[in-house]
Each structure stands twice: as C-alpha cells, then as structure tokens.
Design a protein around this ligand. Structure first.
Ligand code: ADP
Ligand code: MG
Length: 267
C-alpha cells in the first residue's frame, strides 16, 4: 500500500528578525504537515508568530532555519500553485475587479493565452459570486466583496494550497460568517488544501479539520487537535464545546496573569 506524501511539510522552521542590535525570534522549531484536501487552522494569540510563520511558509520571507517542502520540493520563494490571502484585500484601486483578479495570473502564469486567462478569471469570480461586479472598481465594493475579490485573485491560479492570514478578521460578524461558509463550499468543490491563521477559537473550530495551537516567545506549535464533528458544525455540539474549553484552558496556561485570566486575546 502506497502512502501519499504530505502536500506541505514544514520541519524545524525558524524565523528571526534583527533590527540593529535587537533580535526577535518570532518562530522556532515549528514542524507540521498538511495532507491533500485538509483545512488546518493555526490558532494563537496576537504576536505569537502566526503571520511570521505563514509568510515564511509562503516563501515571502526567508527562513533562518528548517525547511518547507511543497509537493516534496523545497519552497523558498512564492510558488504559482500556492495562493495567499491576507487580512486586508490589498486591491489596486485603479484596476477593475476583473483586472485585479487577472493580476493573480499575470504575475505567475505569463505564458497563458489571453482566452485561458479570461476563462480562469471568469471562473474565479463565479466561485466567489462576483461575476456581475467584474467591471466595478474597489471603491464601489463593500469590505466583504473586496475580500472575495482577494480570494478570487488567489483562486485564479488554481492553487493546490491556500495560505490565509486572518482573512475575515476585519469584517463584521455576519459577513465573516458568510465568507467562512463560502470558503468551505469552495474548498470542498475544488479540493484545495488550506492553512488558515486565526486568533478566533470559534473560527478555527468552524473551519478546521485540525487545529494547531501556537504559543509565543518564541512562536511554536504547542498542541494539535482533530476537530471531532462533521460539517455542518453546530457550536452547541457538546464535542465542540468540550474542545473549545480545552483550547481555552491550554491558552490560559500560556497567557495567565492570575489563575486563568487570559491576556492579549483579542476576541
Ligand atoms: P502574529 O501574527 O501572531 O500576531 P507576528 O508574526 O506578526 O505575530 O509577530 C511575531 C513577533 O515578531 C512579534 O514580536 C512581532 O513584533 C515580531 N515581528 C513581526 N514582524 C516583524 C518584522 N518585520 N520585524 C521585526 N519584528 C517583527
Ligand atoms: Mg498576524
């Protein structure tokens, strides 16, 4: 029986920032794997190193130790089949929705014929439900729509892996929940593997097949859980409530001032 290798394998990753004589070890000794088709949430309090880890895994900044293997190959710079979505949509204001999404391809798939680009952009916009808004400009969009454009800009590359850094944190609660559902629907349809960073336990438990808990100083993976309930998940499911409490307790151990008082937990 052949065992499928992981899509992403991170081993002993270290990221250190040096500013003059100061140095911050943001991430150290981080190892984990993502199997094809999994949604894994990386959960942790502000400042524990989640973004540093994600940017390094994406090849957007160099590692100071360890290794990232994507499809068995070392990854140290942005890869055309790895899409990245940030908290802010970062759209170019002078380009239409269509042209912003096309940018995702123009940078990495320069040899793709125009007709293929057009078809991919149409499909990506259709996945996020924004085809009718193709000719709009960013200032004509709501925050949720702008973030859907950012998602389409990542999906247009037909990524095997989607890396998302708190992608819904800047949105209002109903829009946030709508986009979480949309994301689940899309990744199930496409079979995309997702690593999603969040500081929100509810979000991690709603989206993740697995949850990795990250703690600070330096950022490291402290614990890992398989989420026990199938989709669609109910927050009141006793298994979810139990896991929620377990995660809170674990976090409290690392952030407690007095007993179980949680600090720096911006939910
Ligand atoms: P999180 O995303 O979990 O909030 P970050 O990865 O942004 O955490 O930050 C982890 C630590 O690294 C923090 O102490 C932060 O101040 C530091 N840090 C992040 N980016 C830089 C940078 N470019 N230069 C120096 N220090 C940084
Ligand atoms: Mg961050």
């Amino acid at each position: 029986m052949s065992v499928e290798p992981p899509l992403l394998q991170v081993s002993g990753l270290r990221k250190e920032y040096r500013t003059g004589k100061q140095s911050v070890v943001a991430v150290d000794g981080v190892s984990f794997c993502l199997r094809q088709g999994e949604v894994v949430c990386l959960l942790g309090p502000s400042g524990c190193g989640k973004s540093s880890l994600l940017l390094t895994v994406a090849g957007l900044q160099p590692a100071d130790g360890g290794q990232v293997l994507f499809c068995g190959e070392p990854l140290s710079q942005p890869h055309p089949q790895v899409g990245v979505v940030f908290q802010e949509p970062c759209l170019l204001p002078w380009r239409t929705v269509w042209a912003n999404v096309a940018l995702g391809l123009q940078l990495s798939h320069q040899s793709l014929p125009k007709a293929a680009v057009a078809e991919r952009v149409r499909r990506a916009l259709s996945l996020v439900g924004l085809e009718p808004f193709s000719h709009h400009y960013p200032h004509q969009l709501s925050g949720g729509m702008a973030q859907r454009v950012a998602l389409a800009r990542a999906l247009v590359r037909q990524p095997l892996l989607l890396l998302m850094d708190e992608p819904f944190a800047a949105l209002d609660a109903p829009t946030r929940q709508h986009l979480r559902c949309l994301l689940l629907q899309i990744v199930r349809q496409l079979g995309t593997t997702v690593l999603l960073v969040t500081h929100d336990i509810d979000e991690a438990l709603f989206l993740g097949d697995r949850v990795l808990l990250m703690t600070a100083c330096p950022g490291r993976i402290e614990a890992e859980w398989q989420v026990p309930a199938p989709h669609p998940r109910q927050y009141r499911d006793p298994r979810m409530l139990h896991l929620h409490a377990t995660i809170l307790d674990r976090l409290a151990e690392h952030t407690a001032l007095n007993g179980k008082e949680v600090i720096d937990w911006d939910i």
